[in-house]
Design a protein around this ligand. Structure first.
Ligand SMILES: [Zn+2]
Ligand SMILES: [Zn+2]
Length: 144
């Protein structure tokens, strides 16, 4: 499944005329496999062994390119640095207050809120976003 997603992402890059460099390939692969919504810095750290000449700025620039062609979403929460998420289907995030871990979950029922908002306000809704905060299972364990 990760393999298939990587293929799709590479096709999307080809279709947008984005050159597929080994670094871009590795960053995409990391994003798809890690499932952890990494920051540019975390991606840099996990790939620096493989690409000693790559800088954090390069990682960031590549993430921007992916964002422009709709492959990734940039998530900003408060003051912490942006995290990057592969765009799949709509999903929500639950974020750990202690360690900052972000976990995906689905709740299709919330789509109704868009219809309701349109009816109540007359707006044409484009998107909505919701975050839930708490303490992840690992952090619950470590505090006991
Ligand atoms: Zn945690
Ligand atoms: Zn996500």
């Amino acid at each position: 499944m990760a393999e298939e997603k990587l293929h799709e992402a590479i096709d999307a890059m080809k279709n947008s005329g984005v050159r597929i460099t080994p670094q871009r390939h590795a960053i995409l692969e990391h994003l798809i496999q890690s499932m952890s919504h990494p920051t540019a810095d975390e991606i840099y750290k996990s790939l620096e062994g493989k690409f000693p000449n790559m800088s954090v700025a390069t990682v960031y620039n590549n993430l921007r390119v992916f964002k422009e062609i709709g492959l990734v979403k940039e998530l900003t929460y408060g003051d912490s640095s942006s995290r990057f998420d592969c765009v799949t289907t709509d999903h929500y995030h639950i974020i750990c207050d202690d360690c900052g871990k972000i976990v995906d979950f689905h709740y299709p029922g919330l789509d109704e809120v868009e219809t309701l908002a349109e009816q109540v306000t007359g707006f044409r809704v484009g998107d909505h976003r919701m975050e839930i905060y708490g303490k992840c299972p690992d952090c619950q364990k470590s505090k006991h």
